[in-house]
Design a protein around this ligand. Sequence first.
Ligand SMILES: Nc1ncnc2c1ncn2[C@@H]1O[C@H](COP(=O)(O)OP(=O)(O)OP(=O)(O)O)[C@@H](O)[C@H]1O
Ligand SMILES: [Mg+2]
Length: 262
Amino acid sequence: MARPALSLRNVSKTWMPEGRSPVIALRDFDLDVAPGEFVVFLGPSGCGKSTLLYMIAGLEETTGGVIEQNGRVVTEPSAERGLIFQEASLFPWLTIADNVAFGLSIQGVLPQKRKEMAADILRSVGLGDMLDKKPDELSGGMRQRAACARALAMRPSVLMMDEPFAALDVQTRAKMQDFLLQIWRDSKASIILVTHSIDEAVSLADRVVVFTSRPGRVKTIVPIDLPRPRPTRDPRYHEYRDMFAELLADEVDRAFAEQETR
Ligand SMILES: Nc1ncnc2c1ncn2[C@@H]1O[C@H](COP(=O)(O)OP(=O)(O)OP(=O)(O)O)[C@@H](O)[C@H]1O
Ligand SMILES: [Mg+2]
């Protein structure tokens, strides 16, 4: 691989909640993400996927190991690394246009220019008519597109998304996946997307990183060797699905078994 966009070496995180015993969320996690690569994180609930995204974003510190972006150690948040949460990635008190312009103001872009850039990028995600609306006036799918627009306005080289489409209905979700592939191609950013949906993983990823149950580690990494758009009727598509279902079932069983012996 050429120099990775993102490199994780022995990354560990132990949470120390006050008055409770420490939680080892991740242990010795290793991963390289190539420039422009689409990586999907798949793993049982509580295995540390969100924790890992927070650390890559620079919002939380690692308790072991190193995260580098383009060879520079990550120590704090940066516009180079965007994170979209499952919900509430937008400020409810700002209009959609002002939400998108907000990050640009921190980057020092002048007001008129901010307005133009925000309108442009919102048009590109199909929200040209919604500039003056507040987030609660939009549908769930529109809000997630606005959150994408806000993150993309910063031109991140790594865009992380934590179960971005989980709350959407099946049809909207399929549309959003198409939309995401399109902006991924246009932006040339690396994407890391967390999902619980095996279909979403097989539909989107260049590579799927399967986590073990907590403490999360890389169980296996599976490249998806299928053309895009993904041929959902191809037997190979179903082989991938079955393989992920088995890998996940193993880990979920293990997590439950451990809970019972505690
Ligand atoms: N701020 C925190 N303080 C203490 N413990 C935390 C904190 N955030 C997460 N944890 C713990 O770390 C572990 C991993 O949590 P995390 O949210 O990263 O899992 P996840 O893989 O994203 O799960 P899900 O698929 O359910 O979203 C869990 O045991 C969780 O309780
Ligand atoms: Mg999570």
